[in-house]
Design a protein around this ligand. Structure first.
Ligand SMILES: *[C@@H]1O[C@H](CO)[C@@H](O)[C@H](O)[C@H]1NC(C)=O
Ligand SMILES: *[C@@H]1O[C@H](CO)[C@@H](O)[C@H](O)[C@H]1NC(C)=O
Ligand SMILES: *[C@@H]1O[C@H](CO)[C@@H](O)[C@H](O)[C@H]1NC(C)=O
Ligand SMILES: *[C@@H]1O[C@H](CO)[C@@H](O)[C@H](O)[C@H]1NC(C)=O
Ligand SMILES: *[C@@H]1O[C@H](CO)[C@@H](O)[C@H](O)[C@H]1NC(C)=O
Length: 250
């Protein structure tokens, strides 16, 4: 059975059907209908497969009057309403596994050690698509997690359910979770990072002048010893600072 039609329309100010002499003939596609528009030597067409066939390839085809070629190879119309689903590492079940008609349902099951991602069934739709979208079978194993810089991890493996534990080198601290669990091929969290620990800062002095600095430090120690809260300490420090500066500038 071979049936294809072209309707070429020249667009001027109105849409008018013409003979379409300005455009080359689009490549014929068996079992399809082509609806197209010809405009100043540019052709834009859409192939539609007849009932019982589904389209494989790009349904739209464009001819450019500058490049003088078709922008893509012509599609084909294959028997069956929907494309045949593909499930790597799994099995499909349906009343007919060669031709899928509108409304046909197919179920999916993955081989052992593989995990189904997506729906375990799908239905062929009027528009030749599968809904819900076709699933895939994925291995339940995780790929090794990212090793943190200045750290390492320990684990008994990467199968689903196993944990990895992270450790940082000396002088580095862990930011993030210490353990991740592999869950059906995906880690429960992002890998943590190892951050350089801040060297414990000496009580540094904020003033430029050394004598003021010393005075303030002594004074801070004295105030601390007297059991003041940090807030009180800050407050009295401000006062002390003002006093010292007054001495300095007078
Ligand atoms: C289209 O159909 C004809 C006749 O059935 C066949 O000879 C030809 O090879 C087909 N073309 C394609 C691209 O399948
Ligand atoms: C090609 O198409 C453009 C518009 O896309 C038009 O302006 C131009 O005149 C056309 N050239 C020829 C040779 O038809
Ligand atoms: C045709 O092709 C030329 C160059 O490849 C491009 O500049 C132009 O926009 C195209 N015209 C259309 C209508 O796509
Ligand atoms: C599909 O999954 C549902 C649960 O999500 C389950 O109840 C049903 O039995 C499964 N169907 C098949 C064919 O595996
Ligand atoms: C992995 O970690 C999870 C949560 O932190 C815990 O519930 C589980 O028992 C651990 N599994 C193993 C094998 O240690």
């Amino acid at each position: 059975m071979k049936s294809w039609f072209i309707s070429c329309i020249l667009v001027t100010e109105w849409l008018l059907p013409t003979s379409g002499e300005d455009c080359p003939s689009p490549p014929p596609v068996n079992n399809s209908i082509l609806v197209g528009t010809c405009m100043e030597g540019n052709f834009l067409g859409t192939y539609i497969c007849i009932t019982g066939y589904h389209l494989v390839g790009k349904k739209e085809l464009l001819y450019n009057n500058t490049s003088l070629e078709w922008d893509s190879p012509a599609p084909i119309c294959r028997l069956g309403h929907c494309p045949i689903p593909v499930l790597v590492n799994g099995q499909m079940n349906s009343s007919n596994l060669e031709h899928f008609s509108d409304g046909d349902v197919v179920t999916f099951e993955c081989d052992t050690d593989y995990i189904l991602k997506g729906s375990n069934w799908s239905q062929c739709q009027e528009d030749h698509t599968w809904i819900p979208p076709l699933p895939i079978c994925r291995t339940g194993q995780c790929t090794p997690p990212r090793k943190p810089e200045n750290g390492h991890f320990k684990t008994k493996g990467f199968n689903s359910g196993t944990n990895v534990t992270f450790y940082c080198d000396d002088g580095y601290q862990l930011i993030g979770p210490q353990s991740l669990q592999c869950m059906d091929g995906e880690w429960s969290h992002e890998s943590p990072i190892c951050e350089k620990m801040e060297a414990k800062k000496e009580e540094s002095c904020v003033f430029q002048e050394n004598n003021i600095c010393e005075t303030v430090q002594k004074w801070i120690q004295y105030q601390k010893a007297s059991g003041q809260t940090l807030e009180e300490l800050k407050y009295s420090l401000e006062i002390k600072k003002l006093q010292l500066e007054k001495i300095k500038f007078s």
